[in-house]
Design a protein around this ligand. Structure first.
Ligand SMILES: Cc1cc2nc3c(=O)[nH]c(=O)nc-3n(C[C@H](O)[C@H](O)[C@H](O)COP(=O)(O)OP(=O)(O)OC[C@H]3O[C@@H](n4cnc5c(N)ncnc54)[C@H](O)[C@@H]3O)c2cc1C
Length: 362
């Protein structure tokens, strides 16, 4: 009797947008491939997710994620129907909405790189300038999930995965002659890797360095504050989203009875959560031209170490490609896509690159 040929398997570590997009790109090449995703957490999405918040009794996007219209790769994956806005800035000094957004490039830089503008690597600014040009000049289109990020982006991607194993935390790998032969997980579990099998690490930078070695990076924080109002609020000119110049918050979003504020590059902002919520609420009321008589229920989410600090030293430490010292291990993840901001678009681009390489080679 002939031996049954073992089916080639793709093992993806991490179910963030990079890991799941990678599954999609592999599936497009190999319709019947077995694609298994191992995820340490109990849910998919990594840093990209929405959740039901008990305090506000509402669905929230943990990070109020937005994607610029020029980000073609991520935008192709988003269910865009209700997603779209045009970007505008509120000029706090003049007390009105600015007609042009080109004056707010430094504000856009902090938001795009999650790093104080003066610290961003020049090479990165150059790359992004050309990409942003059509955006700042003409298009100004932005996609925002309306607090439904998991449903609109993450859950549909699970269709490309054969199996996803939650609570499986990779601890280390074993190899033979530069070929990964076994994945070792928590709870004494391990998975054998066949000669034709491929492993893709779609881990975040910190966990990748812990498992595979290498010097760790410096990171930046983001703070989101969500307020639940008793009535629907409006912003000037009925805008649903505003960039704020010279404010504490960089962006404000209105989504029915939820008002959300985002503060980027917040690593050095050491203010008590309640005080921060009060100050930002005052800013929102000021923009709306009303008195901040009382503050509605709120939730302050401080996301620590969420993206690499995009200065020269950190950008320089990023890998040059998706290949590694192991012939069957490839890497994806926002941080692996050098000379590009750590964002959803970078994560998808890195996934496309890793999928292309590993399907070509194996
Ligand atoms: C608050 C906040 C706001 C943001 N705003 C924006 C925005 O407006 N626009 C934008 O484009 N981007 C934004 N980002 C960045 C964006 O979320 C990330 O760039 C993107 O989600 C990165 O995806 P990833 O798949 O590379 O990494 P991750 O999402 O970090 O995925 C890594 C996955 O690996 C898993 N994992 C870790 N260790 C292990 C292990 N040992 N074993 C198994 N699994 C493991 C993790 O649980 C996680 O699911 C924001 C991020 C945050 C946190």
């Amino acid at each position: 009797m002939r031996n049954k040929v073992r089916k080639q398997k793709f093992h993806i570590i991490g179910s963030g947008i990079a890991g799941l997009a990678c599954a999609k790109f592999i599936r497009q090449k190999h319709k019947s491939a077995e694609i298994v995703v191992y995820e340490a957490a109990a849910r998919p999405g990594g840093r990209c997710y929405s959740y039901y918040d008990k305090v506000l009794d509402h669905q929230l996007d943990s990070g109020t994620h937005v994607s610029l219209g020029v980000n073609k790769s991520i935008n192709r994956l988003i269910d865009k129907k209700k997603f779209i806005y045009r970007i505008s800035f509120y000029d706090s000094i003049r007390g009105k909405i600015a007609r042009s957004i080109s004056r707010f490039k430094s504000h856009l830089l902090v938001s795009i790189f999650n790093t104080p503008g003066h610290e961003v690597a020049r090479s990165l600014i150059k790359t992004v300038f050309w990409k942003l040009f059509p955006f700042t000049m003409f298009q100004k289109k932005i996609y925002y999930s309306h607090n439904d990020l998991s449903q609109r982006l993450i859950i549909p991607l699970l269709n490309y995965v054969s199996q996803i194993k939650y609570g499986w935390k990779l601890l280390k790998v074993e190899d033979k002659g530069g070929h990964v032969t076994r994945l070792i997980f928590n709870n004494n579990r391990s998975v054998e890797i066949g000669a034709r099998d491929v492993v893709i690490s779609a881990l975040d930078a910190h966990n990748y360095c812990k498992i595979f070695g290498g010097e760790d990076f410096d990171y930046e924080d983001i703070i989101n504050i969500h307020y639940r109002t008793s009535v629907k609020l409006t912003l000037p000119e009925n805008k649903k989203m505003l960039g704020i110049s010279n404010g504490m918050a960089h962006w404000i979003f209105i989504n029915k009875d939820i008002v959300s504020a985002t503060i980027s590059a917040a690593g050095n902002l050491h203010i008590d959560k309640d005080e921060l919520a009060r100050e930002v609420w005052k800013e929102i009321c000021h923009i709306r031209g009303v008195a901040a008589a009382f503050i509605p229920p709120y939730r302050v989410l401080r996301h620590r170490k969420v993206t690499l600090k995009m200065d020269w030293a950190n950008n320089n430490k990023r890998p040059e490609s998706a290949t590694t010292k192991f012939d069957n291990l490839f890497i994806a993840g926002d941080w692996t896509y050098k000379d590009f901001p750590c964002c959803m678009e970078g994560a998808v681009l890195s996934a496309k690159r890793a999928a292309k390489l590993c399907t070509k080679k194996f």
